[in-house]
Design a protein around this ligand. Structure first.
Ligand code: ACM
Length: 680
């Protein structure tokens, strides 16, 4: 049962303190203000919703989606009673803009009592967010599903809260994007940044330049109708869609159909693997390049109604420019110092084209150059310092450094990154006001439609909270507890971040029981940062299946985190906390015995053979931990030789195996070291 008073009192403290702040409302992102009430609103079969004054048609559809989601979450087939007062009354003062604008009012107020609920907002955009808050509040209780009595007044901290999805490295179909938009709406994110072209594929139908997809997409692209449909779907959920066409680098897919755009000589083929970027780059010295881009951008500016248009601009290595004498002569003739100046010249020309189409140009850090007008937006992937530098120079910016989901960081590490911290903390208020928000980034080198959800969720919810909630909402245990609740709800929305793992393990195991395989999958994580690239055996091929254990496991292991917490609790108790020790032992015993159960299966399927050493490591770690506990319990000092041997076993277990890391090795090492040190 929830202890509402304790939880809410904690929310209202100026700093968000204590690991004792569970249990609490399962809200994520945490609203700006939460006041407790008495009692709870039972969700019964007669639950009904009424939209009073000021409703628009889109709001009616939103309410229908809300009711359908509440039915999925609770399993209740709602049968409102005719004529009865509505359980939830909704009122929006105004409708919405036909094209969602940055800075449109997103605030709302939600009041729940034991007899009903009221949701009001200046615009129906606030209603969209308030309904998501309501859905998160509904929990199972001893008396039924219920939402606690509460008064919530909420608005976002940042206006721009996005997720970038790369659909070039691996094509991600519309239905997968739609379920991710549902997830974004659930945590109040409001921008899908759609990375639509890169070296590995051009993903948008162009009627003006059909060879872009005709030759540069392997047949995997979105028609313009599909794009309009996705934009409408996002708009219904309070989400803007900003397209990105990454130029002048990251543009090899353009050159299959239009090699004259490039700075080198073709013919070109699609990049089928890594590295992250390759040499081919557009030729900024030819007028024909700009003529092409004028037509292309005019077409895309009509297709994508958002006010912002992302032109990429990252990672131009300049090799093709250096190797082209005509381009070098152009640089000389125009008094430019280097390739950066040439790219700035390109961006200036580009910015005029983008502006002519009534759009605001957005680009990655590298576009920042004093020759560019202050109207552009800089998206920082290289660091908070570069975001702060842009703001100082008068440019608006977005933070993505620290929010790269593909780096496989734990949620807590993303959560700790604040757009206003570090270098930004020393900016003047006016400079700070230029920091519009941030975006998480899901680069798609190592994801497929099957596992992309688990790479985005639930960690994306922690980033969403960082961008929506007050800056002092920073308690990590609270974040994990609430993220877990959100994660469970997201599956009811149709996301597959949890269920896909099970399906993938079953694929690897054939018809065999997967209990032992799950035990192993539960405690490993993919290698971090860009390490998967480092030791790749042979060339990387993005058309190869991603069906290994590393592709199935969660980027962050909850089981390992909980185990680590148990070990810390046990150590802090001076090895006296017996119930905790029992839990640790139970876990270690399962692991010690796991390899014997799993080994036969691992040898039987080609997808699992590489995991044999990892499985052995888990058993060895389990064994080491149990022995350490035995020494601690008996008050005996283990022989030095035992310690040396266990540390060697654990060191081996901590190495990368089948591109994964065994996340319980470190806490077991602590137990071993403690047992050896405690009685000396
Ligand atoms: C980037 O990661 N190159 C934007």
């Amino acid at each position: 049962m929830r202890t509402l008073l304790v939880a809410v009192a904690t929310f209202l403290l100026p700093t968000f303190i204590t690991a004792q702040s569970q249990p609490q409302l399962n809200l994520m992102p945490m609203p700006a203000s939460v006041q407790p009430g008495a009692g709870q609103l039972l969700i019964t079969q007669s639950f009904s919703v009424a939209v009073t004054r000021g409703h628009d048609a889109s709001l009616d559809e939103e309410v229908q989606r809300f009711q359908a989601q509440l039915a999925r979450q609770t399993g209740i087939p709602f049968r409102p009673k005719a004529g009865a007062a509505a359980t939830l009354q909704i009122h929006a003062d105004h409708g919405r803009q036909a094209v969602q604008k940055l800075g449109e009012d997103e605030s709302y107020e939600l009041t729940i009592t034991d007899s009903g609920a009221n949701l009001t907002a200046p615009t129906s955009l606030g209603i969209i967010h308030g309904l998501q808050t309501f859905l998160q509040l509904v929990e199972i209780t001893p008396t039924g599903f219920a939402a606690p009595a509460v008064i919530i007044k909420d608005q976002p901290r940042f206006l721009w809260r996005g997720t970038m999805i790369d659909v070039s490295r691996h094509f991600i179909p519309i239905d997968v994007l739609k379920r991710n938009l549902d997830g974004m709406a659930a945590v109040k994110l409001n921008v899908l940044h759609w990375h639509l072209s890169d070296d590995q594929g051009f993903r948008v139908e162009s009627k003006v330049f059909p060879k872009l997809t005709g030759m540069g997409s392997d047949g995997m692209f979105y028609t313009q109708n599909e794009i309009r449909d996705l934009i409408a779907y996002a708009h219904d959920r309070g989400i803007r869609v900003m397209p990105e066409f990454d130029i002048p680098g990251h543009s090899r897919s353009w050159f299959l159909g239009y090699p004259e755009l490039s700075s080198g000589s073709g013919p070109y083929t699609l990049e089928r693997g890594g590295p992250g970027y390759v040499d081919p780059v557009m030729d900024p010295t030819r007028e024909s390049t700009y003529k092409f881009l004028e037509k292309f951008i005019a077409e895309m500016a009509k297709l994508f109604p958002d006010a912002y248009f992302h032109i990429g601009g990252d990672e131009v290595n300049g090799k093709q420019w250096d190797a082209n004498p005509k381009i070098q002569a152009f640089i000389q003739a125009h008094g430019m110092k280097n390739n950066q100046d040439l790219q700035a010249y390109f961006n200036q020309r580009l910015q005029k084209i983008v502006a002519k189409n009534h759009k605001i140009m957005v680009g990655w850090d590298e576009i920042l150059h004093p020759d560019l007008p202050k109207t552009i937006i800089v998206q920082s992937w290289r660091g908070q310092a570069s975001l702060a530098a842009a703001a100082k120079q008068g440019y608006s910016g977005l933070l993505s450094f620290g929010y790269y989901l593909d780096l496989m960081w734990p949620a807590a590490r993303h959560y700790a990154v604040d757009p206003m911290a570090d270098a930004a903390a020393n900016l003047t208020p006016e400079e700070q006001s230029r920091i519009l928000g941030g975006e998480s980034c899901q680069w798609a080198e190592w994801v497929t439609p099957e596992n992309i959800d688990s790479h985005i969720w639930p960690r994306n919810a922690a980033i969403a909270e960082r961008l929506w909630s007050p800056q002092n909402v920073t308690d990590v245990p609270s974040m994990y507890a609430r993220m877990n609740a959100v994660s469970l709800n997201l599956e009811f929305l149709g996301l597959t971040h949890r269920s896909a793992r099970l399906r993938m393990l079953h694929r690897m195991a054939g018809t065999a029981d997967i209990t032992a395989l799950r035990n192993l999958a539960d405690v490993v994580e993919p290698v971090k940062d860009y390490e998967r690239w480092d030791d790749a055996k042979g060339p990387i091929d993005f058309h190869a299946p991603l069906t290994r254990m590393i592709d199935a496991v969660y980027p962050e292991s909850d089981v390992a985190r909980h185990f680590n917490d148990l070990v810390q609790t046990f150590i802090q108790s001076g090895y006296k906390d017996q119930p905790t020790e029992m839990q640790i032992r139970s876990q270690l015993t399962t692991w010690r015995d796991n390899d014997a159960r799993l080994h036969p299966l691992l040898t039987q399927t080609f997808l699992l053979q590489e995991d044999l050493p990892l499985s052995q490591s888990l058993s060895a770690v389990g064994q080491a931990g149990l022995q350490a506990l035995d020494y601690l319990d008996k008050g005996q000092t283990p022989p030095d030789s035992w310690k040396t041997q266990q540390i060697a076993v654990i060191a081996q277990a901590k190495t990368r195996q089948a591109d994964m890391l065994l996340m319980v090795a470190a806490p077991v090492q602590q137990l071993v070291e403690m047992s050896a040190a405690s009685h000396n």
